[in-house]
Design a protein around this ligand. Structure first.
Ligand code: 5GP
Ligand code: MN
Ligand code: MN
Length: 331
């Protein structure tokens, strides 16, 4: 489908029944910000909005108490589902309500290049660094009166998915959008202060995780592993792990950072890349997806079993990136 902002806004406006906003499991700032911004905008239009989401601790400063719902057992009668920021290459990542059994209209707003699913209407625009940016356009198109309450969560999405406006995904258009959100009252400095804080368990766990650190391929790849025994010893949670991967990526000379979350029977990979290396290629090779600089995969194998395949996927991607560099150097 080739739906545009106008079609999506019109589809949402035409539906006067309850709307259910869904994002991906383990929601990030863009998933929460997009859901919350759109929820507040639609409520400003008088719509009944359900937004079931398990908000991670580090983002709990954002929603007002009671503003989001607990996971729903079923969709309200006459409802429409809006799926935000979910890489639907992997529909099992939709969280909050059982979308698989839902027969009604589904609107999809996303910026994942690996999104291949079809919906009633939707925008999948990988050129946008955050889904929140597309949501801002939809809100404009719906004619909602902007407020600080709508602008701030969207700024949260834009800020977190761009690494605070540091990633290569940032374009002049990103700053135009950020400028508009600021003009509408978005509290950027407050967001960054809230996002910059970590609980003590974060530091206790970090001490253990750093003891697993591996510098591979001459330091071009940095890998670390965390398992549940480490979490138990330090009273930490999986949420404490979230930002470790960007710390690994900061290693001088690192082109790929891999954080291995070892759940035992299952392993989750969280990857970041730079300098022509694609985390997405490695993720796709491991059955996952994401974006070129930030991608992940869930592998239903113990770590020892999947590690050789991971090493091979990394080796192949480095080789591909080096060949690409030679080609462009000689061109
Ligand atoms: P993170 O490392 O922050 O968990 O995820 C980075 C990006 O990788 C996400 O925005 C998402 O696009 C992608 N991603 C992470 N985990 C998975 C996964 O298990 N499957 C797929 N398809 N994509 C993932
Ligand atoms: Mn996301
Ligand atoms: Mn996103």
């Amino acid at each position: 489908y080739t739906a545009d902002v106008q079609t999506v806004a019109a589809t949402l406006l035409a539906h006067t029944g309850p709307l259910v906003l869904l994002a991906h499991e383990n929601p990030d700032g863009d998933a929460l910000g997009s859901v919350l911004g759109l929820a507040r905008a639609l409520r400003a239009l008088g719509r009944e909005v359900h937004a079931p989401m398990a908000v991670p601790r580090y983002l709990r400063f954002m929603p007002a108490p009671g503003e989001l719902d607990d996971a729903l057992a079923a969709f309200p009668v006459g409802s429409m589902a809006v799926v935000l920021d979910v890489d639907n290459n992997d529909p099992s990542r939709v969280a909050g309500a059982p979308l698989a059994d839902f027969a009604g209209d589904v609107v999809n707003i996303d910026h994942h290049g690996t999104n291949r699913r079809r919906f009633t209407a939707g925008i999948v625009d990988p050129s946008r660094p955050a889904t929140a940016m597309i949501v801002a356009d939809v809100i404009d198109e719906m004619g909602v009166t902007w407020s600080e309450a709508i602008a701030t969560p969207l700024m949260l999405g834009l800020n977190t998915d761009t690494g605070s406006f540091r990633f290569s995904s940032v374009t002049p258009e990103t700053f135009e959008c950020a400028g508009r959100l600021l003009a509408h009252g978005a509290r950027l400095a407050w967001l960054n202060d809230e996002l910059g804080q970590h609980p003590q368990t974060y530091y206790a766990l970090l001490r253990e995780v750093l003891s697993t650190l591996e510098f591979l391929h001459g330091g071009r790849v940095v890998l670390a592993r965390v398992d549940s025994a480490m979490l138990e010893r330090t009273a930490a949670t999986w949420e404490d792990v979230e930002s470790y991967v960007s710390m690994l990526r900061a290693a001088e000379g690192a082109r790929l950072a891999v954080m291995v979350k070892d759940f035992g029977p299952q392993v989750k990979l969280s990857m970041r890349s730079r300098s022509g290396v694609s985390a997405q290629n490695v993720a796709v090779a491991m059955g996952g997806g994401g974006h070129v600089p930030a991608a992940g995969a869930t592998v239903s194998e113990p770590y020892e079993v999947m590690r050789p395949r991971l090493d091979e996927a990394i080796r192949a991607e480095l080789e591909r990136a080096d060949a690409g560099a030679e080609t462009s150097a000689s061109a």
